[in-house]
Design a protein. Structure first.
Length: 154
């Protein structure tokens, strides 16, 4: 099961979140287990009103209606530099996950729900899906860099 909502965020909101990432570069780290160097910024303890707004809408519109009682376990802004990707995998241990594309001025970096759909990146688009049984991957970013906001519920 997955949901896709275009224009969940405005381009202005997407730029605001990218700027929050850039303002907190000193708190990012390199993640390299299944990827080639994505740079997440964990934002659970960074307080900006835009995140409360986003999480409230996601939880009320999707999570509470379609999933068991869930609690947000983590959310982060992730920079996917040119050349980065993630192999096919399941997000084990999480009930559901979401991500929002924050930009679309790059080539590659499509999300694939394996055997179901290749999702075209569009700034502001929300994707939410059930974890554990949804095989997915991110194709290699070929030109420029990809930003996304992602979160996981247990």
């Amino acid at each position: 099961m997955y949901f896709e909502e275009k224009e969940f965020l405005s381009k202005k909101e997407c730029k605001e979140i990218i700027n929050i990432y850039k303002d907190n570069l000193d708190k990012t780290y390199i993640h390299g287990s299944k990827t080639t160097g994505t740079k997440p910024l964990k934002i659970k303890n960074i307080h900006y009103s835009i995140f409360n707004k986003i999480l409230n809408v996601i939880e009320n519109k999707y999570v509470k209606k379609f999933f068991n009682k869930c609690v947000l376990s983590n959310y982060e802004i992730v920079l996917w530099p040119k050349g980065s990707y993630m192999n096919s995998h399941y997000d084990e241990g999480d009930e559901c996950g979401f991500f929002i594309y924050l930009n679309d001025d790059y080539k590659g970096g499509e999300t694939e729900l394996v055997g179901i759909k290749k999702i075209k990146p569009e700034a502001g688009k929300l994707i939410l899906f059930k974890n554990g049984n949804m095989l997915h991957k991110v194709n290699k970013v070929k030109i420029k860099e990809r930003y996304m906001l992602g979160g996981w519920y247990v």
